[in-house]
Design a protein around this ligand. Structure first.
Ligand code: UDP
Length: 342
């Protein structure tokens, strides 16, 4: 069964997205056992889609989709997205598979590049064969260490092509270029959201997979020091998962979004130190804060300009940072904390 917090949050998405656009559709979700992918599966099934997930469980987790196993209209295929072949037909492909955590993808740079490059080519070919709509999860990382903040889609980015983050950044940039080429050469129906830091229930918190927010929550809840990289003055803009998923689904259902690259994120910019302080307050634990070297090429500021998404599909964020963080801390406190291995 879907847990309570998630099923209540589901209503936020239902109030904005039209279920009719998805009812009865055959949808393939790559990376469907991951954070955003598993939310998409829940929402799609709730809207009456038939959902197939392709996931090799390298970064996704069975516990995100355990409640869906055995449900009619849901199928999991354990496969690497680069090698996945099928004769099944799909009308919509949501290509979400990827390595999102900087600490983790830097340990697997080749797989990270392959998932973006070969995996996206494989999905583009499948979409072409099926005449399907293909949405590809791109990222704010295509902007690298952006010089224009809030960053609009028209900004080309400042990316180190051979740095430690390049496996992720350049892989996603290649995938974007590839899909633009498929659109131009074959008329493929593609949509490319550039997803900014998203958070909420199911954001992975453990070891190398942990992102700053979920890792800090876990550290606070297990009374361990909160590990801040650098001086903590770098910023991120955190978008609650229901707002991210709503943005993605609106892009799928909008005709005008065909061929478009669009930022999806929240523009409330916060420093990492503010994030840590807020988490300490909310969890009411007495964890100390420790400072560690800033990883190379860590972007100094990240904040989306979301005008395009607002104009194109009428999206607006519904969830404030305070509400979303509270909710996320509440969700994590209901789970048994796993051990921190940073
Ligand atoms: N960060 C940190 N401590 C951690 C993990 C991350 O201070 O234990 C910082 C990281 O250097 C970055 C920000 O928090 O500046 C956001 O990190 P996240 O893992 O969410 O990934 P990113 O947004 O860089 O892709």
């Amino acid at each position: 069964m879907m847990d309570n917090i998630i099923s209540q949050d589901f209503d936020k998405i239902k109030s904005t997205v039209k279920p009719e656009a998805f009812a009865g559709k055959k949808v393939l979700v790559t990376g469907g056992a991951g954070f955003i992918g598993s939310w998409l599966c829940d929402v799609l099934l709730g809207f009456g889609s038939e959902v197939t997930v392709v996931d090799d469980l390298s970064t996704g987790r069975m516990k995100n989709i355990d409640h869906l196993m055995g449900t009619s209209k849901f199928k999991l295929i354990k496969s690497d997205v680069c090698r996945f072949k099928t004769e099944d037909k799909f009308e919509v492909i949501l290509h979400m598979a990827g390595h999102a955590s900087p600490d983790e993808y830097q340990q697997h740079p080749i797989e990270t590049l392959q998932t973006s490059a070969l995996g996206t080519e494989n999905m583009a070919e499948l979409a072409r064969k099926n005449d399907a709509l293909l949405l590809f999860a791109s990222t704010s990382e295509v902007y690298g260490d952006a010089e224009i903040v809030p960053t609009p889609e028209s900004y080309w980015g400042k990316v180190n092509p051979i740095g430690p983050r390049s496996c992720y950044d350049e892989g996603k940039r290649f995938a974007e270029a590839l899909l633009m080429a498929y659109g131009k050469q074959y008329g493929l129906n593609v949509r490319v959201p550039r997803i900014f830091n998203s958070y909420g229930p199911r954001l992975r918190e453990d070891g190398l997979y942990g992102r700053a927010m979920s890792r800090f929550i876990l550290q606070a809840q297990t009374n361990q020091p909160i590990t801040i990289y650098g001086d903590g003055k770098q910023t991120r803009s955190f978008c609650y998962i229901t707002d991210t998923v709503t943005g993605l689904m609106l892009l799928v259902q909008s005709r005008e979004a065909k061929g478009e690259v669009v930022n999806v994120g929240n523009s409330q910019e916060k420093t990492i130190l503010e994030l840590a302080t807020k988490i300490k307050e909310l969890t009411k634990f007495k964890s100390s804060v420790t400072f560690h070297p800033l990883p190379k090429d860590d972007p100094k500021r990240r904040c989306p300009d979301t005008n395009k998404l607002e104009k194109l599909v009428g999206w607006k964020p519904n969830v404030s940072f305070e509400w979303g963080l509270n909710r996320t801390v509440e969700w994590f406190s209901q789970k048994k904390p796993s051990t921190v291995t940073a």
